[in-house]
Design a protein around this ligand. Structure first.
Ligand code: NAD
Length: 349
């Protein structure tokens, strides 16, 4: 019997990348796959050399001896499948957004605590050398206390699976805010040390997608742009913006700006694509300095490697369920505020 961790993967779009990430690590073996779509299931099983295949995740948890599982289904199924897996004693790496609501996210964390298993959220934008380099600078005190930030992901036109689950509120929980905004929000919060949100105010729009949906007769029951302002217990403020369709210059515009008492930092994409650059802005003796920060002091693990390491080292993973709950509080708060026109306040824990 192999001593490798035995892993199952549920949902084989993004989940196929999970399977590849585990196989590449070498300390884990993907032994079972699950997808409702049989042709996708067979294709991925063939590619990964996996013989145990299922169309029902709970049957997979019951029938296969597993240590851990990745949940990479549409958002609606994250909470029920994660909770079912934890109750079977499996560690879980769940895709972002962790859930569709705070309530679901809190139930997932409670299930992990009860089962004494790891629950990690795939906040993948942390797991890059550049993000690590920025985190190292923040932890070294180079920017001081971060008191203001702006974190953004806009697309000129880029609605995922238009008319499918991504654009239906009941299956996705929301639109670009919960899909793209979640990544930039996590990156900002992680660099800020995950402060406690105390109040959120937001707005949501559906302008361009609504018109496209009407013309193309596609289901679209979420926003195409949302924005919010978040206030934290430590006095910091963060602005968050996300869209799938907005009239801007670049195909993709991603930027996270964080301003601290001693310095500032920016992480952004270049050329409207998926290459990134980072800079630090500081002042010394009245002189202003800008430093490019494209290399980490130590290389970042992949999310899959971090998940495996956390299980083997019997420690919490780097992207925890509790952090996922804070993210959900902010996202849900923005949606609620957009709906009611009022600020949403939380008691600081
Ligand atoms: N971390 C990232 O960068 C990243 C990137 C893309 C997607 N995602 C997330 O991954 C998840 C999946 O997104 P996707 O782009 O792969 O979507 P997708 O639609 O391409 O794939 C989802 C798959 O899940 C299957 N499925 C649906 N319900 C299921 C169920 N109950 N049991 C088993 N399989 C089921 C579908 O048949 C489909 O093959 C989403 O939560 C999304 O937000 C994360």
């Amino acid at each position: 019997m192999s001593s490798k961790l035995r892993i199952g993967v549920v949902g084989l779009g993004m989940g196929a990348w999970h399977a590849q990430g585990y196989q590449e690590d070498g300390r884990a073996e993907v032994v079972a796959l699950c997808d409702l779509d049989k042709s996708r299931l067979e294709e991925t099983a063939c590619k990964c050399g996996v013989s145990e295949v299922f169309t029902d995740a709970e049957e997979m948890f019951r029938k296969v001896s597993l240590d851990a599982v990745s949940i990479a289904t549409p958002n609606k199924f994250h909470a029920p499948l994660t909770i079912a897996a934890l109750r079977r004693g499996l560690h879980v790496l769940c895709e972002k957004p962790m859930a569709m609501t705070v309530r679901e996210a809190e139930r997932m964390v409670a299930a992990a605590e009860q089962a004494k298993r790891n629950l990690m959220i795939n906040f993948s934008y942390r797991f890059s050398d550049m993000s690590y380099a920025l985190k190292q600078q923040v932890e070294a005190g180079v920017v001081g206390e971060i008191y203001f930030g702006r974190t953004v992901w806009h697309r000129r036109r880029g609605i995922p699976g238009f008319g499918g689950w991504f654009t239906r509120k009941e299956l996705a929980g929301g639109g670009p805010l919960i899909d793209l905004g979640v990544h930039r929000l996590d990156l900002a919060l992680w660099l800020m040390g995950y402060p406690e949100p105390v109040a959120v105010s937001g707005a949501a729009h559906n302008v361009i997608a609504k018109e496209l949906a009407r013309k193309q007769r596609k289901a679209f029951t979420v926003e195409d742009l949302a924005c919010g302002i978040v206030k934290f217990a430590n006095g910091a403020t963060l602005m968050l913006e996300a869209s799938w369709a907005v009239n801007i210059n670049e195909p993709e515009h991603m930027v996270t700006l964080l301003c601290g008492t001693k310095g500032g930092l920016v992480q952004k994409n270049v050329g409207g694509g998926y290459e990134f650059t980072a800079e630090l802005y500081t002042e010394e003796g009245g002189n202003l300095y800008t430093k490019k920060l494209d290399q980490a002091l130590s290389p970042a693990p992949s999310a899959y490697t971090e998940f495996i390491s956390s299980i083997l080292e019997k420690r919490p993973p780097m992207a925890t369920g509790d952090q996922g709950v804070k993210v959900m509080k902010i996202l849900e708060g923005i949606y609620k505020s957009a709906e009611t026109g009022r600020e949403v306040r939380y008691g600081a824990r």
